[in-house]
Design a protein around this ligand. Structure first.
Ligand SMILES: Cc1cc2nc3c(=O)[nH]c(=O)nc-3n(C[C@H](O)[C@H](O)[C@H](O)COP(=O)(O)OP(=O)(O)OC[C@H]3O[C@@H](n4cnc5c(N)ncnc54)[C@H](O)[C@@H]3O)c2cc1C
Length: 753
């Protein structure tokens, strides 16, 4: 995220990263509103550009060609990215609900979550058919369909329900791709059969006659079976029944029909139309709730009804961004009149397309090239983000808040250091009220009866293990950051073979209005406490202050039997080295900061960092682990060197076995490395034959500092395979033996092969 020293005054929350919000994000990135905290809550990190989906199916494009990556775009916009589906709204309390986390408050809300084909009206459809939306799940299903056709020995019949532009284009693209695949396998095109179902008498009912005729001809020539003028009355596995009683046996049924809206919009009390879409006026503002805007498929513009098409969602980007900005600054939004006529370009599978605008229609290879050029140009807007020069410290614009609020905030920026930077007692109390830390009998005085300090006993026969760690936020979602920090800090406890007992938290929250500071703290600490609770650790106290950046530290205690402690010093020659998680978080987040990491890579890294090492430590102990450490700031090599030194042994590392997080080889190969990396590289003298090792692309990752990394342990050779199987069963998919322990020699201790 772009750093800002301006205190947070207002929250603009965007739900959904659809075709309209991507434009809003870009515009806010180019012209931010100081004092406004922008948050994007989205179910998917990659927004598919639907105009190119058929091209992906046909094999002309790959995943990245047709997806807008919301991770770099959010960073460009200075927006926090919350990767979660929204499940509800409370319009009175002005909060957005997501499962499993505190609600997200807003001052201004904008919704761009698209639509999904409605399956409810057709008996049997749900659970049987494959809806084309969400496109993210469709892409997966399409791969499965290809596999099914590959493996089938007989005919595979595919039905597409919905004969609008999307349904026709998808049918032709699928057929094209499957025929090409079958030809490559030496099998006849007749191994598949395509059926297209439409309720109207014609395909593409909303388009001109010329366009319809051209596409009907293509469908006929390609042998697509058309079932027009009858609705699909019911669906059962393998069968469609039409309203006239005709039945058609099908192996796969794809659903591309009239769109429906998420039910929680109407349930929240927003005024919606008969299909559940949010009624907005010409400014894109909800007709019932002035703090809510909506755009794209999910919006029904009352005075300018249009069909649900991406082209309208895209066109609404600029006016929506402008109106959100105006309302944030206390001005009235401006009406926007969408165009009536618009260009439609439908590809027919191969590099050929048919188009229409108003009464005209046209087709050919040149039309496909034109469409391709237009689509790629659109995507480039979001994949090639401009570099913004850092400006001087921006001032809050007067319309952003009342004079009283602006006064309050100007004092926030001037608050003292020392105790003066503490978060006020009242907001803190409210935050603590919302936390539900576990209670433990060995905590005599904790958060439920706060005092100057917590008081904790150590049960007889146990020893107490203590550790502390702290860092600045590496992800923009404070809830997720809380989870990651807690996992990272707990890693030390589990690596020692101990169970977690208590935690003290030290949090720094960016300046802002009390309500904003409070919200950040609630998100942060709820994330951390959830992880601590799962580990059995009670949060017993802490300290919070305001500062420039969000940061969290945890001081933890754990308990262990004295003779059950796992030390770094226990490695024995012959042991196998087991690593429980992939490495690469340092380079991935270094790349993310420079907007060079793909959202799905960061997502994968976040999943890994959120995975607790508790079960891993238990599995390692079950299989007789001799020594253990958690892989963090010094990188895999640094921590291995510590172990070999403490144990008086050498280690042989099979570089090709070292598990790597998705994308880490690409980012480290591009030279995108953590600022800590050069410090860690100083340890290269511990590597024998370093020049040869350095030729391997994985080599730099040995020095990559990890956040909430895995455990590295020595396990007796005869138990290593069973240990890895056990780890896999516990969900540590990347756990693997990465090397072995050897007697201490005269040369450098780490032998990389
Ligand atoms: C096969 C096919 C081809 C098409 N081709 C074209 C075409 O060529 N031209 C055209 O104009 N239109 C086309 N369309 C129509 C087009 O897909 C839609 O009109 C367009 O995607 C709508 O855009 P949107 O911005 O409203 O929503 P979307 O693009 O659908 O984006 C919605 C976003 O919201 C997120 N989201 C959804 N639910 C939640 C939730 N609960 N919480 C948080 N986030 C959520 C999603 O992850 C996604 O990022 C096609 C449709 C199909 C099915």
């Amino acid at each position: 995220m772009r750093e800002t020293t301006v205190p947070v005054v207002k929250d603009l929350v965007l739900i959904g990263g659809g075709h309209t919000h991507v434009a809003v994000l870009k515009r806010f990135g180019m012209r931010p509103v100081p004092g406004v905290r922008l948050t994007l809550i989205t179910r998917d990190v990659h927004t598919p550009y639907s105009g190119m989906l058929p091209g992906l199916v046909a094999g002309h494009y790959d995943f990245d060609d047709i997806h807008i990556d919301l991770a770099p775009l959010s960073r460009f916009a200075g927006a926090r990215l919350f990767h979660q589906p929204v499940v509800g709204l409370d319009l009175d309390r002005r909060i957005v609900r997501c499962d499993g986390r505190p609600p997200v408050p807003y001052d201004l809300l904008s919704i761009n979550i698209g639509s999904t084909p409605s399956l409810r009206e057709v008996p049997g459809a749900a659970g049987v058919v494959v809806p084309v939306k969400p496109i993210s799940t469709f892409v997966e299903r399409w791969q499965r369909l290809r596999a099914r056709v590959t493996e089938a020995t007989g005919l595979v019949r595919i039905g597409v329900v919905g004969a609008g532009a999307g349904g026709v284009e998808l049918t032709l693209s699928m057929q094209f791709a499957l025929h090409r695949m079958l030809a490559a396998l030496g099998r006849p095109a007749g191994a598949t059969e395509c059926h297209l179902f439409g309720a109207g008498e014609t395909i593409l009912a909303t388009h001109n006659r010329g366009m319809r005729r051209r596409l009907e001809r293509v469908l006929r020539e390609r042998g697509v079976h058309m079932h027009l003028g009858q609705t699909v009355a019911s669906v059962s596995p393998g069968l469609i029944t039409c309203s006239d009683g005709t039945t058609v046996a099908l192996d796969e049924i794809l659903w591309v029909t009239q769109a429906g809206a998420a039910p929680w919009l109407g349930e929240a009390g927003l005024e919606v139309d008969e299909r559940g879409f949010v009624c907005v006026d010409a400014t894109l503002r909800s007709v019932s709730h002035p703090r809510v805007f909506a755009a794209g498929d999910v919006a029904a513009v009352v005075n300018h009804p249009r069909e649900k098409a991406g082209v309208f969602a895209v066109r609404q980007g600029a006016p929506l961004a402008e109106n959100l900005r105006r309302v944030l600054l206390g001005r009235s939004p401006r009406p926007f009149r969408p165009q009536r006529r618009f260009l439609t370009l439908v590809s027919t599978g191969g590099r050929h397309a048919v188009g229409s605008r108003g009464p005209w229609s046209f087709g050919g290879a040149a039309v496909w090239r034109w469409k391709d050029w237009l689509d790629r140009r659109f995507m480039a807007r979001y994949s090639q983000l401009p570099v913004m020069a850092p400006g001087s410290t921006p001032a809050l614009e007067p319309g952003l808040a009342s004079p009283e609020v602006l006064k309050e905030i100007s004092t926030a920026a001037m608050r003292c250091g020392g105790c003066g930077s503490k978060v006020g007692a009242t907001p803190l109390e409210r935050v603590l009220d919302q936390l539900r830390p576990v209670r433990r009998d060995d905590v005599l005085i904790g958060l439920e009866s706060p005092d100057d300090a917590a008081v904790v006993t150590v049960p007889p026969g146990k020893v107490q293990v203590r550790t502390v760690d702290a860092f600045r936020a590496i992800v923009s979602d404070p809830f997720v950051f809380g989870q990651i920090t807690a996992n990272h800090c707990l890693g030390d406890i589990f690596a020692m073979g101990a169970e977690a007992q208590t935690a003290l938290a030290v949090a720094t929250v960016p300046f802002g209005l009390d309500t904003k500071v409070e919200d950040t703290l609630v998100q942060l600490l709820t994330g951390a406490v959830g992880v601590l609770n799962d580990a059995g650790a009670a949060l017993v106290g802490g300290h919070t202050s305001e500062g420039a950046d969000l940061a969290l530290g945890l001081s933890l205690t754990g308990l262990s039997d004295p003779d059950a402690l796992l030390r770094k010093s226990g490695l024995r020659p012959g042991d196998r080295l087991v690593l429980t998680k992939g490495i690469g978080t340092g380079t991935l987040f270094a790349a993310e900061m420079r907007m060079r990491a793909k959202g799905r890579w960061i997502d994968g890294a976040i999943q890994a960092m959120r995975q607790s090492s508790r079960a891993a430590a238990a599995a390692l102990r079950r299989h007789g682990a001799t020594a253990c450490t958690d892989v963090t700031g010094f990188g895999l090599l640094g921590h291995l060197v510590e172990m070999t030194k403490a144990s008086g042994v050498d280690a042989r590392l099979a570089l090709s076995s070292v598990p790597v997080l998705d994308g880490a080889l690409e980012t480290s190969g591009a030279g995108l490395l953590s600022s800590l990396h050069p410090h860690n590289v100083r340890l290269r003298r511990a590597v024998a034959d370093v020049e040869r090792a350095a030729t391997d692309p994985r080599y730099p990752l040995l020095y990559d500092p990890q956040t909430a990394g895995g455990l590295l342990a020595g396990v007796p050779a005869d138990r290593a395979d069973a240990c890895v199987d056990d780890l896999h069963a516990q969900g540590y998919d990347q756990a693997v033996v990465i090397g072995s322990v050897e007697p201490r020699g005269d040369a450098a201790p780490i032998h990389v092969e």
